[in-house]
Design a protein. Structure first.
Ligand SMILES: NC(=O)c1ccc[n+]([C@@H]2O[C@H](COP(=O)([O-])OP(=O)(O)OC[C@H]3O[C@@H](n4cnc5c(N)ncnc54)[C@H](OP(=O)(O)O)[C@@H]3O)[C@@H](O)[C@H]2O)c1
Length: 356
């Protein structure tokens, strides 16, 4: 990765609002940030000095303690995500940290508060100025690394299983990509909501990991046909809910094992291919294919999503959710950290800490 200076001209060059809308003074020291300057791979990212952010009206400057990585970070830097920020921008959409200063008009926060932020992109830096509405306060009983693993993965999992699928106690839930970030969250949340959970993944080591996190049944879809395995485990009734962040050839295989009135949750396409499903299957099964879009749910239903996040934080603090961290990387190691996702190696959540 190239390490190079990034002078004040960066602001005019399109840095996102997380640089802050207040005015930096010449005495402000620069902060280290990961910047994406053009569409590309993790190796094309640069570690740069940018001006210290200053909180504008309604903003809060946060010292970033831990950044949670997600698969979509690899898409947004490649220009393949539904949101396409102007260049240069910092990737990474969720973080935890400590409030340093408040802009005009901000109430309800104070310097020293521990917070969690969800901003879609802009978190990969030492300090960020963030709209207060994108932050929630954290209680002292949840450490900042684990909390950085909470918002998007568990938020998506709970929104999908409870709001979209209305998963019921005693139903059977199959989770594809079950050892990944949203996958392991869905396994744990499925158990908490009272489901029988079938974890599906590509290696036995990943499946052992899901078993340790509560999965009842395991399917290795690299060595066993997914449809046959789910038909066997679903029995005559079939699989009530399919949580599908993988896509590709796995989606149709799973749908073929769904129950009457089952719900297939379309969460993502980590396999790289957006599948086409034969609609006759939905007719024959009387089932529903349900889209899940956490980002828009947060934007369109702010009160519901904040309540959900508060509930998740309580569960995590009480030890009901693991927020398992695969590995912690430094800011300079961002390319390796992102490649652990694209190379299908990570189990649970990958974290970057700017202070390392
Ligand atoms: N809809 C939403 O609101 C929402 C929210 C969050 C995430 N997502 C989406 O959900 C998906 C997973 O996100 P994540 O952050 O949990 O990712 P992750 O931690 O990298 O997990 C993805 C999993 O997908 C499986 N996979 C299959 N083929 C793959 C491939 N070619 N490359 C990488 N992984 C592959 C892997 O499991 P195996 O090796 O076991 O197959 C891996 O564990 C992404 O598509 C993401 O965009 C959607």
């Amino acid at each position: 990765m190239v390490i190079r200076g990034f002078g004040p001209t960066g602001r005019a060059g399109g840095l996102p609002p997380v640089i802050g809308t207040g005015s930096p003074t010449p005495a402000d020291p620069p902060v280290k940030a990961i910047l994406c300057t053009r569409p590309g791979s993790p190796d094309d990212l640069v570690l740069a000095d940018i001006p210290d952010p200053v909180a504008g009206a309604g903003e809060i400057v946060v010292r970033v303690a831990a950044v949670g990585l997600n698969f979509f970070d690899t898409l947004i830097i490649a220009g393949k995500y539904q949101r396409k920020p102007p260049f240069p921008f910092s990737p990474c959409g969720e973080f935890t940290g400590v409030v340093e200063s408040l802009g005009p008009g901000v109430t309800g926060f104070a310097p020293g508060d521990r917070v969690l932020g969800y901003i879609t992109y802009g978190a990969a830096r030492e300090r960020a100025a963030v709209a207060a509405e994108n932050l929630v306060k954290l209680t002292a009983d949840l450490d900042l690394e684990r909390a950085a693993a909470l918002a998007i993965t568990y938020g998506t999992g709970l929104h999908a299983l409870r709001d979209r699928a209305q998963l019921e106690h005693g139903e059977t839930l199959a989770v594809l990509g079950a050892a990944g970030g949203v996958g392991i969250a869905a396994v744990e949340l499925g158990k908490l909501l009272g489901a029988r959970v079938i974890a599906c993944a590509s290696t036995d080591a990943k499946l052992a990991f899901t078993r340790a996190h509560g999965a009842d049944e395991l399917v290795n879809y690299a060595t066993e046909d997914l449809r046959d395995a789910l038909k066997r485990l679903g029995g005559e009734h079939g699989i009530d809910v399919i949580f599908d962040p993988v896509g590709g050839r796995y989606s149709e295989a799973a749908l073929r094992a769904i129950a009457w009135e089952g719900r297939h949750l379309v969460v993502g396409f980590a396999a790289g291919e957006i599948p086409k499903l034969p609609l006759n299957l939905t007719l024959l099964k009387g089932c529903a294919v349900l889209g899940v879009y956490f980002g828009d749910w947060v934007r369109l239903r702010p009160d519901a999503s904040r309540a959900s996040l508060a509930e998740l934080a309580q569960w995590a603090a009480a030890g009901k959710l693991s927020c398992h961290i695969d590995r912690v990387y430094s800011l300079a190691e961002m390319p390796q950290a992102l490649k652990s996702l694209t190379e299908r190696r990570a189990m649970g959540k990958v974290i970057v800490r700017p202070d390392l």
